[in-house]
Design a protein around this ligand. Structure first.
Ligand SMILES: Cc1ncc(COP(=O)(O)O)c(C=O)c1O
Length: 390
């Protein structure tokens, strides 16, 4: 079929919830995506942060191929080895506790809200969240999201959320009430514009949570799984959250979310209080184990750090050349380039030249390349971005 024919079918039969970029994707390998017309793109935003091992990563393909012949799905009335092994590996790679498996990021956020409320029941239920945060589109996650533009038209939202400015410890301390049960935040805000938390802020929140017996919940749905050059972003900051939320890159492109909770609180959600029909199926768990096995290797993470430094350094050079670039920020391969003007035309010019990137918050170019991106690909992307900015 041709691009126009497929676009026409979308127009008639698919709800218009997404701004499409006009590309009809056909296949991908590593950081390269091909459309159905045979045009090739270098993708520096593959899968909105999902395809962190690139398109169709071999370890995932192998794990899926093997598992798909044995058992694709089984209800959570049963136990199975892929879920057991993945939960154990996740805990061994983070902090001592237990895992709940869901299917998406928003679903992990919803589960964490329920966990916090059940833990604080009956007196405490309020959750502090951050301005400019993004936690997903379901009603609870939307209520937690500190951006009114996403909430517009969906009121009434669930009550019990209060937003405070990001990186403002005093504001967080002041906002705690006797009803507060948890603080939920992304250690590095993704959709909000790649805003990195300061170490003092996170340390201060950790102390605040300890003093006031609150749960510190980190949404690492975008920042986790090697994205920042550590397996999880919290590991840069010398503190440990009580609950960590994962999704996106966790299963190499298959849908999965996860709640990791410290052992002392991990039995809060008892049988009958929470569930997900598809959560932690053998197929998706096998895929996720193959991703974790790849990503947690120190050699792999060191490489992500190096690539991140290379990319950041070259972007800093571009900043010296183009006054439209106001700031370059981020960690590892989670990078934002703040512009002085709208980023959409730059994204379009890059796309026309074969480079795919994202723009968030109108003026911030967001780069989340595959963690397997090569130096040559970084050079090529920067040449295209340079031309698009000129
Ligand atoms: C930090 C963060 N939390 C939650 C979500 C929601 O995840 P999902 O789209 O899988 O529901 C996202 C998605 O972009 C995210 O970036």
């Amino acid at each position: 079929m041709k691009t126009e024919q497929i676009a026409e079918i979308y127009k008639r039969f698919v709800m218009p919830t997404y701004l499409r970029n006009g590309i009809v994707a056909e296949k991908g390998a590593g950081s390269t995506l091909w459309d159905i017309e045979g045009k090739r793109y270098l993708d520096f935003f593959p899968g909105w942060g999902v395809s962190s091992l690139g398109y169709c990563p071999k370890p995932v393909a192998r794990a899926v191929e093997k598992q798909i012949k044995k058992l694709i799905h089984i209800s959570n009335s049963y136990m199975h080895e892929p879920q057991a092994l993945l939960a154990k590996a996740l805990i061994e790679s983070s902090f001592d506790g237990k895992v709940f498996f869901s299917n998406s990021g928003a679903e992990a956020v919803e589960g964490a809200i329920k966990l916090a409320r059940k833990w604080g029941h009956p007196h405490r239920y309020e959750i502090l969240t951050m301005q400019r945060s993004f936690h997903g589109r379901t009603l609870g996650a939307l209520a937690a999201t500190g951006q009114p533009k996403y909430q517009e038209g969906f009121q009434p939202l669930p009550a019990g959320f209060r937003t405070v400015p990001f990186n403002d410890l005093e504001a967080a301390i002041k906002a705690v009430t006797p009803q507060t049960v948890a603080i939920l935040l992304e250690p590095i805000q993704g959709e909000g514009g790649i805003n990195v938390a300061t170490p003092q802020f996170l340390k201060g929140l950790r102390d605040l949570c300890d003093q006031r017996k609150l749960l510190l919940i980190f949404d690492e749905i975008q920042s986790g799984f090697g994205r920042t050059g550590r397996l999880f972003a919290y590991q840069h900051f010398n503190i440990v959250p009580d609950v960590m939320l994962l999704a996106k890159a966790i299963a190499g492109g298959l849908p999965m979310g996860a709640i990791v909770a410290k052992r002392a609180i991990a039995d809060t959600l008892t049988p009958g209080t929470h569930a997900a029909t598809f959560g932690g199926s053998p197929l998706v768990c096998a895929a996720a184990s193959s991703v974790l096995e790849t990503v947690r290797q120190p050699k792999f993470l060191n490489q992500v750090q190096r690539r991140g430094e290379q990319l950041m350094h070259r972007l800093e050079l571009l900043k010296q050349k183009h006054s439209i670039i106001q700031e370059v920020r981020g960690k590892g391969l989670m990078i934002g380039v703040e512009l002085t003007q709208a980023g959409a035309p730059i994204v379009e010019r890059c796309r026309n030249r074969g480079l795919l990137i994202n723009c968030t918050q109108e003026k911030i170019l967001r780069l989340l390349p595959a963690l397997t991106v090569s130096n040559t690909e970084i050079q090529k992307a920067l040449r295209i971005l340079d031309a698009a900015l000129t």
